[in-house]
Every structure is written in structure tokens, then in C-alpha cells.
Design a binder for this molecule. Structure first.
Ligand code: GLC
Ligand code: CA
Length: 554
């Protein structure tokens, strides 16, 4: 497997609104980010991915872009961004931008022009259709954020398509002029010096011609007609021709992706279209289809998914590994245990960072932040949570039950401000009121406390990332899952004569674990663990709650 800088790196994701407020207006910003670059560097990552920093009316907090070539006033200026880029590069931190091109904001100048009428040169930048008959949408598609995927514009008696919120009209990627614009935007940022892109729902950009009706579902009806659509590869190939001029990196967000179909995009060699992909399969182990249909966590499914991705991509493509981001609830509250926060936080970190692939770490994950349990819908900010709450209520679910789902599944779980210290507003802002409420547990869960405690989750992440950096086996070794009882996930990695055993318990119960006979624990070094060591008998031991251990034989 060819070595590449983007395979060696680990990435820290910033959701700018909630990271750090530098100017005291209650909203995170570039000044705040610059002040935390040393913190990020000390964590041991090599790159930062920014969720969108561009001007946006915030129908979907930045994922509705009104201008692709500027920085939102909430966050600062383009000149300040250049300073940030420079300061990051001085510290050997690469910068990855969010490329949101399936849709723009309805306040983007292209859209404002587009809705002036069919004669306007921008009209075909978006997907406009006549109704099937007066008052009836062009087809039965539903938004993934609930409600109809079409919005009527009476001035021109046509509907525009939005598969997300109505403030996010879908671009018509079939229009070559739109693709030209996108390529210019990509160049604009790469010429400035950014190092790559995370490409938002990139697998949705090509729609089935004729926009046929979809299979009726309660949400996202029609999705089969635009996920991995007919011209997706062609368009990605065009964008790639721009990327080829730079030493940059791309990771595409790809809902409903399987390893088999991912390989059509990320298999290394001539036809490779993206460097890696974010799939969602491992995020569906405590729900069915969507995060909102909550089920108990199923470790067996998680293991199967990981085993599949690790083995199917090995040697031919590269994994993008994450367990949190701005769309996912906090992992400790899902797959770990708030009661065993410290142990399970470390175990979950080990579980995914010791696999092959580039690890992504979401702000606050490294200090073990947990879901805030916001228990009334009017305190939520996220459009998809607000709409999904309304849908569940309409379907007859009680407020109590719906709130229960919301507290578990809402994206807002990941979007409360970063907890820096135990002072006012958790050190996030000096304003009276932060833009969004702070999890009251900041009193004991905060970066400063984590820095001081030698055994903290934060210090464990540092060790873990250093271990990965120093050992090629973690990056390039092959992967073999061990047969164990279902609440234990254990795997062996092998590389150039070295062997590594990773053990993760997903249970607070004591369980017996025995290493395979060709991995002799007494010959191995215990390189990482979340408990004091205890005796190894017969090449095995009893696991403690959410225990993790990494043994290395050199
Ligand atoms: C992606 C983003 C999410 C956003 C959506 C629409 O899934 O991660 O935050 O709402 O795309 O842009
Ligand atoms: Ca601010």
C-alpha cells in the first residue's frame, strides 16, 4: 500500500459557531480558533477540517452558503482567514474546507437571479419544474429534513427542488456552467493555500433525468433517484482534473454507502475519484435507517460493519474513520456509558483510531463531552431536529416520547459550545449569553480539567495519536477480527513482522478474554490501556467495564 501524507495524518474537525468566541459576541469565530491552534497542535493532529465558514443565513448553520468566496461576518474576514491559514501552516497543520455544492443558500446571488424567470442566465443553475397540475408538486419527493422537497415560487409559477431545507435549493449539476463555477471555487481556495476538501453529500449531486417519483417513505422519498446518480462519476472526474494540479486531499460524505460501491470511487489507481469517503454504516448500530428510530446499541453490528470496511478496503483503498461529527450525537452517550465516561471514552477512541484509515476527531470528543439532554423543543436550533420533532408529533407520538428521541438523536447534541474551563460560559465566550446553551456538566467536563488530570481522556487521545504516528502497523497493518463474545471487539493487526492486539469491551460486565495462541501476551508490550494492569493467566484475562488494551509485539 502506497504511503501518502493524508494516510498518515489525523484530523480535528471544528464546527466554528461553537468552538471558541474571540470577540465576545457569543458566537465562535476565527479569532477564537487562532487562539486555540496550540491546543489543537498539542493534541497531536495534523490537519483541521472546518465546517463551513462562508457567509450564510444559517437555515442549516453554514451548510446553506450565500457566497463561496468569502468568510461569514459572524466568524471574521477573508484576511483573518489568511492569517489563520498561515498560522496553521506554521504549526504544520493542514487546512481542509467544507465544499457544499449539492445546494446553495436561497440567498446566494445565483438563486436570487435564478428565480427571476426562465430568461435569466442563472435560471438553469437550479432545478425548476412546473407542478404536475395546479398546486401539485412536480413529483412525490420528500426532503431528508422532512416535508416536501419542492418549494413553490409564485412569481414564476414553478417549483424548485431542495432535498434538504427549503433554504437550500439544489444546484443543477447537469448544467456545465454550474460545474465550471464549482471548479473555479475549488481553485480559488486551493490557490489560496488550503490543503483539501470535505465534500458535503457529494454523492447526491447527480439526479436521475426526468426526476421520477420515488418509493414512498415517511422521509427522503426519492433518494434512490439521486444518491450515486447517473452522472456522479463523470462530474467527480471533472473536479478531479482540477485537484490533479495540486497536492491536495478529498474526502466525500456518502450516505448509504457500502464498501463495494465505495470502491468504485476510492479504489487507488487511475480511476480514483476521491481519496476517501465518510460512510454511515457504523452510525446505524443504535437505530434503524435514520438516527431517529432509536434501538438499543448493537455491538455485534458495529463489529460486522468495521470488519467489512477494514478487510474489503485493505491494500486497495483507504478508510476515513470517525465516531463523531456535527451531525451525530456524542459517542459516549451512544455506544459508551456516561457512568463510565472516562473508561468508555478511551475505549471508543482506541477502538477506531487503532484501525487502518485516517482518523477524524470532532471538537469536544477529545475531552469526552456527552449529550446535553435538552428537554424542550423550543430550545433546539437545528432545522432537522425541529422538523423531525414536528413530524413525529404529527404521526401521533407524544411530546414526552418525541423528546426522548430528540435528546438521544438530535444533531444539536454535538453543537453545544466547546467546554474550555469551569468558569463563566465554560470559557467559550465572555458574552452574557452564548448563541446556544452550554451543557451544565462543563463544571467537571472541560479542557482545562482534562489537561490537568494525567489520566484524562484528553491525555489518552494524545498518547493514542502519538502511538499511531510512531507506528506504521497502526496505519498500514492488515486487520483480522477475533472471534469473541459479542460485547468484546478485538482485532489483530500485522505489519512487517510486527503484531498488535486491540481489545475493546462494550460492557460493564466482567468477561473472559483469551488471546489467540499465536499472540503470546507475555511476549507483548502493553502500549495503551485504560486501567491499571492486572494479571494475565493462560494468555487471557477478565475485562473490567469498558476496558481497552493494546498489546504490541515488535
Ligand atoms: C451534510 C452535512 C449536514 C448538512 C447536510 C446538508 O450531511 O454534514 O450538516 O445539514 O449535509 O448540507
Ligand atoms: Ca464571536
Amino acid at each position: 500500500m502506497e504511503k501518502k501524507w493524508y494516510k498518515e495524518m489525523s484530523v480535528y474537525q471544528i464546527w466554528p459557531r461553537s468552538f471558541c468566541d474571540g470577540n465576545g459576541d457569543g458566537i465562535g469565530d476565527l479569532e477564537g480558533i487562532i487562539s486555540k491552534l496550540d491546543y489543537i497542535k498539542e493534541l497531536g493532529v495534523d490537519a483541521i477540517w472546518f465546517s463551513p465558514l462562508f457567509p450564510s443565513p444559517n437555515a442549516d448553520y453554514g451548510y446553506d452558503i450565500a457566497d463561496y468566496r468569502d468568510i461569514s461576518k459572524d466568524y471574521g474576514t477573508l484576511d483573518q482567514f489568511k492569517v489563520l491559514l498561515d498560522e496553521a501552516h506554521k504549526r504544520d497543520l493542514k487546512i481542509i474546507m467544507d465544499l457544499v455544492i449539492n445546494h446553495t443558500s436561497d440567498e446566494h446571488s445565483w438563486f436570487k437571479e435564478s428565480k427571476k424567470g426562465e430568461d435569466n442566465p442563472y435560471h438553469d443553475y437550479y432545478i425548476w419544474r412546473k407542478g404536475r397540475k395546479p398546486g401539485k408538486e412536480p413529483n412525490n419527493w420528500l426532503s431528508t429534513f422532512q416535508g416536501k422537497a419542492w418549494e413553490y415560487c409564485k412569481e414564476i409559477d414553478k417549483y424548485y427542488l431542495h432535498v434538504f431545507a427549503k433554504g437550500q435549493p439544489d444546484l443543477n449539476m447537469d448544467n456545465p456552467k454550474v460545474r465550471k463555477e464549482i471548479k473555479d471555487i475549488i481553485r480559488f481556495w486551493l490557490d489560496m493555500g488550503v490543503d483539501g476538501f470535505r465534500e458535503d453529500v457529494i454523492t447526491f449531486i447527480s439526479k436521475e433525468p426526468g426526476l421520477p417519483n420515488g418509493f414512498p417513505l415517511p422521509t427522503a422519498t426519492g433518494i434512490e433517484h439521486y444518491k450515486n446518480g447517473p452522472n456522479l462519476k463523470k462530474y467527480l472526474q471533472e473536479f478531479k482534473e482540477v485537484y490533479n494540479d495540486y497536492d491536495c486531499f478529498t474526502v466525500g460524505e456518502a450516505p448509504m454507502m457500502t464498501p463495494k460501491s465505495a470502491l468504485e470511487f476510492i479504489r487507488e489507481g487511475e480511476g480514483q475519484l476521491l481519496n476517501m469517503m465518510f460512510h454511515f454504516e457504523h452510525m446505524n448500530c443504535d437505530n434503524i435507517i435514520t438516527n431517529w428510530i432509536v434501538t438499543p446499541f448493537r455491538p455485534g453490528k458495529l463489529k460486522k460493519v468495521y470488519n467489512n470496511w477494514q478487510t474489503k478496503l485493505h491494500g486497495i483503498a483507504w478508510n476515513a474513520n470517525y465516531i463523531e461529527n456535527h451531525d451525530q450525537p456524542r459517542i459516549i452517550s451512544r455506544y459508551g456509558s456516561e457512568k463510565y465516561r472516562e473508561q468508555s471514552g478511551k475505549m471508543l477512541a482506541t477502538m477506531y483510531i487503532c484501525q487502518s484509515g485516517t482518523p477524524f476527531i470532532y471538537q469536544g470528543q477529545e475531552i469526552g463531552m456527552t449529550n446535553p439532554r435538552i428537554d424542550s423543543i423550543d430550545r433546539y436550533k437545528d432545522v432537522s431536529s425541529i422538523n423531525t420533532y414536528a413530524l413525529f408529533r404529527k404521526l401521533g407520538f407524544s411530546d414526552k416520547l418525541t423528546m426522548k428521541f430528540c435528546m438521544y438523536a438530535s444533531r444539536d447534541n454535538a453543537r453545544t459550545p466547546m467546554q474550555w474551563n469551569d468558569g463563566k460560559n465554560a470559557g467559550f465566550t465572555t458574552a452574557e449569553e452564548p448563541w446556544f446553551e452550554i451543557n451544565p456538566n462543563y463544571i467537571f467536563i472541560n479542557a482545562e480539567a482534562e489537561q490537568k488530570n494525567e489520566n484524562s481522556i484528553l491525555n489518552y487521545y494524545k498518547k493514542l495519536l502519538r502511538f499511531r504516528k510512531e507506528n506504521d502497523i497502526v496505519k498500514y497493518g492488515d486487520f483480522e477480527m477475533l472471534k469473541t463474545e459479542k460485547n468484546i471487539f478485538a482485532y489483530i493487526r500485522k505489519y512487517e513482522g510486527q503484531k498488535m492486539l486491540v481489545l475493546c469491551s462494550f460492557s460493564e460486565k466482567e468477561m473472559a478474554f483469551r488471546a489467540p495462541s499465536d499472540f503470546c501476551i507475555s511476549e507483548a508490550e502493553l502500549v495503551l490501556s485504560n486501567y491499571e494492569s492486572n494479571p494475565v493467566i493462560h494468555n487471557g484475562f477478565f475485562t473490567r467495564p469498558y476496558e481497552t488494551r493494546v498489546y504490541l509485539i515488535k
